[in-house]
Design a protein around this ligand. Structure first.
Ligand code: CMP
Length: 157
């Protein structure tokens, strides 16, 4: 099982799309293991987007992401990182394929609704940053798990 960090950005909150986007992840079969909403400080966003520090859009990105409430999610599933990235779609929402979250719900490059971890190392770093307190993460087993997966074949249990 993998875990990934997903952020529902200020545009998703302002547009009333939190439920719509979260419902897609839940319906897919991803397990919600952490969720919180807050206007997060620029200092956290600067750490989160450290890799983009030298890019021209860095300052605006940090300002945008700290301008209003963001919903941070920790989601779990088999191959969750890749599954979530494919559900989110290309960074530029105008180019994102129909059927993806950005492709169906967005029109912007910068206001692209969602952030999702792009690899195992990134997910580990980002989850440690946004859910530093382990008590904010829930370890639980959905009753639907044996119906979402073939447990013996796919989960090796
Ligand atoms: P996200 O997946 O959160 O990762 C970096 C974010 O930077 C990206 O989504 C976009 O919202 C934002 N961004 C703005 N301009 C650019 C750009 N030119 N290239 C990449 N990302 C950009």
């Amino acid at each position: 099982m993998e875990r990934s960090l997903v952020l529902l950005k200020p545009d998703a909150v302002q547009r009333g799309l939190v439920g719509t986007i979260l419902a897609r992840f839940e319906a897919k079969g991803l397990k919600l293991v952490g969720m919180k909403m807050r206007t997060f400080p620029a200092s956290l966003l600067e750490q989160h987007y450290e890799v983009h520090k030298a890019r021209p859009f860095f300052k605006g990105l940090v300002e945008f992401m700290s301008s209003g409430p963001v919903v941070a999610l920790a989601l779990e599933g088999k191959d969750a990182i890749a599954v979530i990235r494919s559900m989110v779609g290309k960074t530029n929402s105008r180019e994102a394929a129909p059927g993806t979250i950005r492709g169906d719900l967005g029109m912007s490059f910068s206001n692209n609704l969602v952030h999702a971890s792009d690899g195992a190392d990134t997910a580990k770093f980002e989850l440690g940053l946004w859910f530093a307190d382990q008590a904010e993460l829930s370890n639980w087993t959905p009753v639907s798990e044996p119906w979402v997966y073939n447990v013996a074949e796919e989960l090796g249990r």
